[in-house]
Write a protein that binds this ligand. Structure first.
Ligand SMILES: NC(=O)c1ccc[n+]([C@@H]2O[C@H](COP(=O)([O-])OP(=O)(O)OC[C@H]3O[C@@H](n4cnc5c(N)ncnc54)[C@H](O)[C@@H]3O)[C@@H](O)[C@H]2O)c1
Length: 269
C-alpha cells in the first residue's frame, strides 16, 4: 500500500535547508558538511581547530558541487559563551535553522582505576555538556523551521557494546543517547525530531590516534570483537556516516525520531 503523502524524490533534497555541523574540521563532521552542501543545504561548519576549518573551506572552494554553500566559524562546544555566540551568529547568517548535527567530540582512554578526575571531567565537558549546550541553543530556532527541526547527535557503539579502557568516553556516548531520547519526546508535538547516530569504527583522526590515546600496555586481544564484518576487516569511512546524516536531515527521515541508527558495517550483529 502506498504511503500517504510520500516525500518527493529529489537529487538535491536539502535545497533551501539550513544546517549547523560541529566537528566540521575533521572526519565525520567534515564529510557531513560537504555531503549536506552537495545535496543543496547551506551549512555553518563549526570547529575549535582553525586549521581543520581552513582545510574544509579549501576543499569546499575547489568543489563545484558544494556551490559555495559552506561557511566556517569557530566554536568551543564546552564553553557556554562560545556556543551562544556561534549558534547565534550562524542562525543570523543562515536566516534560520532546520537542523543541527553535533559531531564534535574528543576521545581517549585509561585504565579506569588510574583515570584522573580531570581526564574524566574533560570528556564529560566536551562530549556531553558540549552536545547539551549546542542542542539547547539550537532548539528555539529549530522550532521555527517550516520543515520540522532536526537534531542529530553522535552516540557510538561504545555506548551499547563493551569498549575496553574507554569507560569515560563510552559513558558520555550513552548519556548522549539518553539525552536525545528525552528531547525527542519533549518536542515531538512541535515537529522537532531528534536521533542518535551510532557509528562503529570509522577511519578518522579519532581512530588514527587511538593507539596513542590509550595506555601503552593495553591488551589488544580485548578489541577482537570491534572489527566490522563488511569491508574485509577495514573500518568504514566518514562518507558512510555522512550519507545517513543527510537522509536523517531530509524529508526521507521524517518518520524517524527518538531512536538510534547504528552504522557499523556489521560489527555487532
Ligand atoms: N571515528 C569513529 O570510529 C567513531 C565511532 C563512534 C562515534 N564517533 C563519533 O563521531 C563523531 C565524529 O568523530 P570523528 O571520528 O569524525 O572524529 P575527529 O577527531 O576526526 O573529529 C572531531 C572534531 O571535533 C572537533 N572538536 C573537538 N573538541 C571540540 C570542541 N570543544 N569544540 C568544537 N569542536 C571540537 C575536533 O577539532 C575535530 O575536528 C564524534 O562524536 C565521535 O565520538 C566516531
Amino acid at each position: 500500500m502506498d504511503t500517504p503523502n510520500p516525500p518527493a524524490y529529489s537529487a538535491d533534497r536539502l535545497t533551501g535547508r539550513t544546517v549547523i555541523v560541529t566537528g566540521a574540521g575533521s572526519g565525520i563532521g567534515r564529510a557531513t558538511a560537504l555531503r549536506l552542501a552537495r545535496e543543496g543545504a547551506r551549512v555553518a561548519a563549526l570547529d575549535v581547530v582553525p586549521v581543520g576549518l581552513e582545510g574544509l573551506a579549501a576543499a569546499a572552494a575547489a568543489d563545484d558541487t558544494v556551490g559555495g554553500r559552506i561557511t566556517t566559524g569557530p566554536v568551543d562546544i564546552s564553553d557556554e559563551q562560545s556556543v551562544v555566540a556561534a549558534v547565534g551568529g550562524a542562525v543570523a547568517a543562515l536566516g534560520g535553522l532546520d537542523a543541527v548535527v553535533n559531531a564534535a567530540a574528543i576521545h581517549y582512554g585509561d585504565h579506569t582505576h588510574e583515570a584522573t578526575l580531570a581526564r574524566w571531567q574533560r570528556l564529560i565537558d566536551v562530549n556531553l555538556t558540549g552536545t547539551f549546550l549546542m542542542t539547547r541553543e539550537s532548539i528555539p530556532p529549530l522550532l521555527e523551521s517550516e520543515h520540522g527541526g532536526v537534531v542529530v547527535n553522535f552516540s557510538s557503539t561504545s555506548a551499547f557494546f563493551a569498549h575496553p579502557y574507554m569507560a569515560a568516553y563510552s559513558a558520555t556516548k550513552g548519556a548522549i543517547m539518553s539525552f536525545t531520547h528525552a528531547i525527542a519526546l519533549e518536542y515531538a508535538d512541535r515537529g522537532l525530531r531528534a536521533v542518535s547516530l551510532v557509528p562503529g569504527g570509522i577511519e578518522t583522526a579519532i581512530t588514527g590516534a587511538t593507539p596513542q590515546n590509550l595506555p601503552a600496555d593495553v591488551d589488544w586481544n580485548k578489541f577482537a570483537k570491534l572489527m566490522p564484518t563488511l569491508g574485509r576487516g577495514r573500518f568504514g569511512g566518514p562518507e558512510d556516516i555522512a550519507g545517513v546524516v543527510a537522509m536523517l536531515v531530509s524529508d526521507d527521515g521524517r518518520y524517524i525520531t527518538g531512536t538510534e541508527i547504528r552504522v557499523d558495517g556489521g560489527t555487532h550483529m
